[in-house]
Design a protein around this ligand. Structure first.
Ligand code: GUN
Length: 295
């Protein structure tokens, strides 16, 4: 039996339609246009394409977006000054500094400098702490996108054995945390695996829901999962370049073999990626509402 394909593209499209209506209403009823700034330092091709996609989506939804691209040798001081400028800019409600940053810049220092009320990535410690406590806050976009995909696909998480592979601050740690929260879309029993896990297969084979965010192309094979598993593949690995010059992408899960065993699986591309961007838009609209005192 072949798995149901969980389409992030389709789910994201539905949420974006809802957001488009909301943005139009904000403009009409409150003369409020949500504003997002994306800041990219350097020329990493993957980061360039992510940032371009974020700006394009914002534009399509009627969100005001500004894109700032800085040289790779930009100083930490100059980047902090830019963040401070946007903290004070009343037309901007969301600030996103694309990661990773060049080695000479202290990433934590930059993330700490972003006003938590404009932290639409959900990376500021205030928002990370609130998320951990189950309080209302900006949720990090990729983990939130994974949860939305599961919920909107009708996958029951309550009581499920969820295994997360990868412990990054951006995906692994927060997705594990969100899935164990005592609320709808959570209530799972969560295992978090990483590079030091002694017997990875023991864990992955037990998973009812497997979330893979390890950054290793085709790492999870069919013999590492159980029949009927639901797979969320967060990996976006560039494994080559097509004749037309486009990047060829692969997930962290070997899609062709695992889909024969899984009950449902997200593809790469077209799975988690479009959801990440959509959750960023959702956070930007939420930020605009909050900063305008509408909620
Ligand atoms: N780099 C990879 N994913 C992300 C993300 O969600 N936000 C930012 N700012 N940088 C990233």
């Amino acid at each position: 039996m072949s798995a149901k394909i969980i389409s992030g593209t389709e789910t994201a499209k539905a949420i974006r339609e809802e957001l488009k209506t909301e943005v139009a209403q904000l403009k009409e009823q409150h003369d409020l246009v949500p504003g997002l700034v994306t800041i990219l330092v350097g020329e990493d091709p993957a980061s360039q394409s992510y940032v371009a996609a974020k700006n394009k989506t914002a534009h399509n939804l009627g969100i005001h977006s500004e894109q700032v691209t800085l040289d790779a040798d930009t100083s930490e001081e100059d980047l902090l000054a830019l963040v401070d400028k946007y903290n004070k800019d009343t037309n901007i409600h969301g600030i996103l500094v694309q990661l990773p940053l060049p080695k000479h810049i202290n990433e934590a220092k930059i993330l700490y400098a972003i006003d938590p009320n404009k932290d639409v990535d959900g990376f500021h410690p205030v928002n990370v702490g609130k998320m951990m406590l189950g309080e209302q806050c900006f949720l990090p976009c990729t983990p939130h996108g994974c949860l939305e995909l599961l919920q909107r696909s009708g996958v029951e998480t309550s009581g499920a054995e969820v295994v997360v592979v990868g412990r990054s601050n951006i995906v692994g740690k927060p997705v594990a945390n969100l899935m164990l929260q005592k609320r709808e879309g959570g209530n799972a029993t969560v295992t978090l695996c990483h590079t030091r896990t002694r017997d990875m297969d023991f864990h992955t084979k037990r998973a009812d829901i497997l979330v893979v965010a390890a950054g290793v192309a085709n790492m999870i094979k069919a013999d590492q999962v159980k029949e009927g598993v639901v797979v969320i593949d967060v990996g976006v690995n560039r494994i080559g370049v097509s004749e037309s010059g486009k990047a060829i992408l692969a997930g962290d899960v070997e899609f062709e073999s695992v889909k024969e065993k899984a009950a449902a699986i997200t593809p790469v591309p077209g799975g988690v990626g479009p959801m990440t961007i959509t959750m960023l838009m959702k956070n930007t609209v939420q930020a605009a509402r909050q900063l305008a005192g509408l909620e």
